[in-house]
Design a protein around this ligand. Structure first.
Ligand code: PLP
Length: 808
């Protein structure tokens, strides 16, 4: 598509779709007009892909996830269609700057963190490798809350991404299913029938997901809850306007917000409703599509692969059994086996508090038929394994992990270590009974978003050095390994990093009024705030360093800027205390005239995908410091390594694999491993002992306790101090000393810029395995038994796909 064609298309949409003209149009109007023009280019490959999938009559993959943390869509689409230059030229010919237009788009934040971002990377990779697939989720009206800080404390406000027209979706009023809740179960002529007491309509909204070079497109289908009746006319006519609107308001609540607070009984009920709502709508849709092409439901596992992203859609097991057995008359045992043949389950956490359980009372009242089917499934499993030491129900609760495991033919962890721990801990008994079922699929990230478009300077350098093929064959990055020894390449690589850091520095100056020196090391920890991720270990080290610099302000310190980013769950009080502490420490340290040329701390609010894209390419040091055994994989760690930030980290999650691949000498390891963590926890008074043994740690904790960061309010952070000196379940105190040691090693290493750049280049060169294309191909062959439908998987750079939109 030429610049002129694109320009004409933009102007036409501005006029005919938005009803405005260039003189009046706002940046948002231009952005939406550009989005429509780009979307038009996606529709043909999208249709072609759908038709190719129908013609192939092969297997389709269905990825069920409560969360899709997508971020902005326009830039992704422009990049994947190869229209970056045309778009930029078209925009400047209209007097606009493309970057300004792109960054006007609100993030689609339909997820909390890693799990939701993984789903988004997977969608893009599924399209890139040409695997016929659908993502299924919920079209939340309000995504993850917006975070701001007031006096250093997190304040949440509703996110409102749909306030502007959402240019990427197509509403499908014709694709709708009625989803029931509650009611009665009765036997009728040998068949069991569930008669729900209430129901809502699930209506589909489709977003096309285009792969690299526009060769294939899949669909993200998100369900929105609508009332079965719009309002109660009788009540309206009686003047009861609120009452008349009630059915609609209640129905819409289901897709109103992401993750409502589930600490209250009503919250729990709504959460379970959401889970069933989108799972049931998706399964109905899957069966409808299957039956439009085939008639024998026993063939379902040959045509349908359903991946459950964590246990949130685990009700899919009993729901699919219900559809096959109750609705389509398949014998129960066969229905269970057939459902299992379709389903597989990804476990994302070993944290006991995060493993879902639903009270039988709640499930029985919302999903009475499913509860009785779970009892039948559990009984069948018990009969097949009379010596089993587990049950799907315990203390009046249904255990969703066990249910998902038993209803899946494959269960995967998300890093090598996590998968091993799954076998040894949460699922040890089920693993004994089903030794073939658990396998590992280490997570990945899409290189199109996380390198190509987030880091154009590095991308240009890579393409100049080894050609463009690395973009969808990321292991080709190995080819730059020898260039780590090439002084010219090192200089170019360093210049790209330096320019990224300068850009971030001006962003921080403009947006936050913080001035940082791009010469300093940018030390970054961005992720959800959680005790196991240990942002408090990082800030404790900052306090100790500040104290030490203060003692010796003329010392030869390595200047650092510590950057934090991340949100705390609204009900997670301790995580919010950590945020408050970081902000309070930052305020004191940043205004210390003696130390501030060596140490600054900044915490930009409202961490999201777009902020990650800005921060990661400008980072020198990646903080991956979780308590070993607690982080299932991490994907942030992969984004950093690819962009040439060195990791300081524990042997946890995919850090283990990153260190193996990039080489131990290019990774700053510290702390206890998972076995040592368990042993340490058993030692009485481990925290007190660690504090006693390390005067630096004791002094840092004393400063917090004495109010150094809370002038006039001495006890402000007592909860943190007493946690770290007593229970310290996450072993912050016990790992502090070794963390400090590793950080000082980082200081020394950073001063030798040649050696540092060599290490950074090797991190980029050796992290190609973390492409989500690799992960997806591995799921396709080891779990789904699905085939890609592109002639060549696009590794030789030539366009032989279905439809080509590459620009020449
Ligand atoms: C990648 C990503 C995450 C996951 O980060 P971890 O460090 O792996 O926890 C969370 N949020 C956003 C916005 C991301 O882009």
């Amino acid at each position: 598509m030429t610049t002129t064609e694109l320009r004409e298309a933009i102007l036409a949409h501005l006029k005919y779709a938005l009803g405005t003209d260039p003189d009046r149009a706002s940046v948002t109007d231009w952005r939406i007009a550009l989005s429509y023009a780009i979307r038009d280019r996606i529709v043909d490959p999208w249709f072609a892909s759908t038709q190719a999938a129908e013609a192939a009559k092969g297997k389709r993959v269905y990825y069920l996830s409560m969360e899709f943390l997508i971020g902005r869509l326009l830039e992704d689409a422009v990049v994947n269609l190869g229209l970056m230059e045309s778009a930029s030229a078209a925009m400047s010919s209209l007097g606009l700057d493309l970057d300004t237009v792109l960054s006007d788009e609100p993030d689609a934040a339909l997820g909390n963190g890693g799990l939701g971002r993984l789903a988004a990377c997977f969608l893009e990779s599924l399209a890139t490798v040409g695997c016929p697939a659908y993502g299924y989720g919920i079209r939340y009206e309000h995504g993850l809350f917006r975070q701001s800080f007031v006096d250093g404390r997190q304040v949440e406000s509703p996110e409102d991404w749909l306030r502007q027209p959402h240019a990427w979706e197509f509403e499908r009023p014709g694709a709708a299913f009625e989803i029931g809740f509650g009611g009665r179960v009765a036997s009728n002529a040998g068949r069991t029938e569930w008669t729900p007491a209430e129901s809502v309509v699930a209506e589909a909204y489709d977003t096309p997901v285009i792969g690299w070079k526009g060769r294939w497109a899949n669909t993200l289908r998100l369900w929105s809850a609508k009332p079965t009746t719009f309002f109660d006319l009788d009540r309206f006519n009686r003047g009861d306007y609120y009452g008349a609107a009630e059915p609609e308001a209640l129905a819409r609540t289901i897709s109103r917000v992401l993750y409502p607070d589930d600490t209250t009984e009503e919250g729990k009920r709504l959460r379970l409703k959401q889970e069933y709502f989108f799972t049931a709508a998706s399964l109905n849709d899957i069966l409808r599509r299957f039956l439009s092409e085939h008639d024998d439901l026993r063939q379902l596992p040959r045509k349908v692969a359903i991946q459950l992203n964590d246990t949130h859609p685990a009700i899919a097991g009993p729901e699919l059994v219900r559809l096959l057995h109750d609705v389509h008359g398949m014998p129960l045992d066969e229905a269970i086996v057939t459902a299992r043949g379709c389903l597989s389950y990804t476990n994302h956490t070993l944290l006991p508090e995060a493993l879902e359980r639903w009270s039988e009372g709640l499930m029985g009242s919302l999903l009475p038929r499913h509860l009785s089917l779970i009892e039948r499934i559990d009984a069948a499993h018990a009969a097949a394994h009379p010596d089993r030491g587990i049950t799907m129900r315990e203390n009046g609760e249904v255990k969703m992990g066990e249910l998902a495991f038993c209803m899946a033919h494959k269960v995967n962890g998300v890093s090598a270590l996590h998968t091993e721990l799954m076998k040894r801990t949460v699922f040890s008994e089920l693993h004994r009974l089903h030794p073939e079922r658990i396998l590992n699929q280490t997570n990945g990230v899409t290189p199109r978003r996380w390198v190509l478009s987030a880091n154009p300077r590095l991308s240009g350098l890579l393409t100049d050095a080894i050609g463009e093929e690395w973009v969808d064959d990321l292991e080709r990055l190995h080819e730059i390994e020898p260039l780590a020894e090439d002084a010219g390449f090192r200089e170019d690589y360093a210049a790209a990093k330096r320019a990224n850091k300068e850009e971030l520095a001006s962003y921080l100056r403009a947006e936050r009024g913080v001035s940082v020196d791009p010469e300093a090391m940018f030390d970054v920890q961005i992720k959800r705030i959680h005790e196991y991720k240990r942002q408090h270990l990082n800030i404790l080290e900052a306090i100790a360093l500040w104290q030490e610099i203060g003692d010796n302000p003329n010392g030869d310190w390595t200047p650092r800027v510590k950057i934090f980013g991340g949100k705390a769950a609204p009900g997670y009080v301790f995580a919010k205390e950590i945020i408050h502490l970081i902000n309070s420490v930052a305020q004191v340290i940043n205004s210390d005239p003696v130390t501030s040329k060596f140490l600054k701390i900044d915490y930009p609010a409202n961490y999201n995908v777009s902020l990650a894209e800005r921060l990661i390419p400008a980072s020198d040091l990646s903080e991956q410091i979780s308590t070993a055994g607690k982080e299932a994989s991490g994907t942030g760690n992969m984004k950093f390594a690819l962009n040439g930030a060195l990791t300081i980290g524990t042997l946890d999650g995919a850090n283990v694999e990153i260190r193996e691949l990039v080489g131990a000498e290019n990774f700053f390891l510290f702390g206890m491993d998972a076995d040592e963590v368990m042993a340490r926890r058993a030692i009485d008074g481990h925290a007190a002992r660690a504090i006693e043994a390390d005067p630096r740690l004791a002094r840092a904790l004393d400063a917090i306790r004495d109010g150094a960061f809370s002038p006039g309010e001495r006890g402000r952070f007592d909860a943190i101090v007493s946690n770290l000196s007593q229970a310290d379940y996450f072993l912050v105190s016990s790992d502090f000393t070794d963390y400090w040691r590793a950080q000082r090693e980082v200081d020394v290493a950073y001063r030798d810029r040649t050696a540092w750049m060599r290490m950074a280049i090797l991190n980029t060169a050796r992290s190609g395995w973390f492409s989500s294309d690799r992960t997806i191909r591995s799921y396709m062959s080891q779990i789904w038994n699905a085939q890609g439908l592109l002639a060549d998987a696009g590794t030789d750079g030539r366009d032989e796909g279905l439809v080509s939109h590459r620009q020449n």
